[in-house]
Design a protein around this ligand. Structure first.
Ligand SMILES: C[S@@+](CC[C@H](N)C(=O)[O-])C[C@H]1O[C@@H](n2cnc3c(N)ncnc32)[C@H](O)[C@@H]1O
Length: 240
């Protein structure tokens, strides 16, 4: 999840919205058995804006803990406990729900946001080596980001098992996410001569190959520790 935290703090759209917010409230929805990841999110995003308010919401009342380090915790679900945050992070929450529940869950969360608010619906494995997230605003999904540990995940499609619920059942031939992951694996294989320079150099080359083929990977403004890429939602939106 730290990969997602770093991305949020560095994404121009997210950072702009946090800086411009009259009430810079961030909600970590479904923070789980331990509030540590919420505290980490708060610490990371306070580098963007020091006066950020962070509230962790949990549907399970037994998981609600006393506040600490300036972060509050409370009971709440997709209705966001009536709060109007500028950003909601929901990691590994929707994956517990059926695919058919995603549109309704998104729409409930989005309707509770501040009008300029954003939702990050993400997933990762237990060790955080494979992460994927969708960024949405009130109009719907904006982008998909895939991030993986270049030293343990062998190829881009290794992320497939941790795709967000809206996409995980769509990694089948004919669906756009499958087309993207297949092309990413091919570009990765074609970049193998660069393997001696390390997986990050190899991935930068593979990402450029993908761009040459017309996949609109967002330009990366800075060097990242992870292998990561972001595409517009229109590139991966399920066919129906
Ligand atoms: C797998 S844990 C994820 C914890 C943490 N976000 C992480 O990624 O490590 C999912 C959590 O979401 C909570 N949850 C499930 N549905 C929810 C909902 N509608 N609103 C808020 N929390 C929910 C569960 O109680 C559980 O604690």
């Amino acid at each position: 999840m730290r990969r997602g935290d770093r991305w949020l703090a560095n994404d121009p759209l997210v950072a702009d919205r946090l800086r411009a917010a009259g009430d810079p409230l961030v909600v970590d929805l479904g923070y789980g058995a331990s509030p540590v990841t919420t505290l980490e999110l708060a610490a990371r995003l306070r580098t963007v804006r020091a006066d950020l308010r962070v509230i962790g919401l949990e549907i399970d009342p037994e998981r609600v803990v006393p506040g600490r380090d300036g972060v509050q915790f409370a009971r709440g679900g997709f209705e966001l406990a009536g709060l109007r945050p500028i950003l909601v992070r929901a990691f590994n929450v929707l994956r517990q729900y059926p695919e058919s529940a995603v549109p309704e869950a998104w729409s409930r969360i989005l309707s509770g946001l501040h009008p300029d608010g954003l939702l990050m619906d993400g997933t990762c494995d237990e060790l955080g080596r494979r992460c994927a997230w969708i960024l949405l605003d009130r109009t719907g999904p904006l982008s998909l980001t895939l991030a993986w540990d270049p030293f343990t995940v062998e190829q881009p499609s290794g992320i497939a098992e941790r795709l967000p619920k809206a996409l995980i059942h769509r990694n089948i031939p004919g669906e756009p996410i499958h087309t993207l992951l297949t092309a990413a694996d091919r570009a990765w294989a074609h970049s193998s001569p660069l393997a001696p320079y390390g997986p990050r150099v190899r991935w930068r080359h593979a990402a450029n190959l993908l761009r040459d083929q017309g996949f609109p990977l967002r330009p990366q403004r800075r060097r990242l520790r992870d292998n990561t890429f972001t595409v517009p939602w229109t590139t991966v939106a399920p066919l129906s």
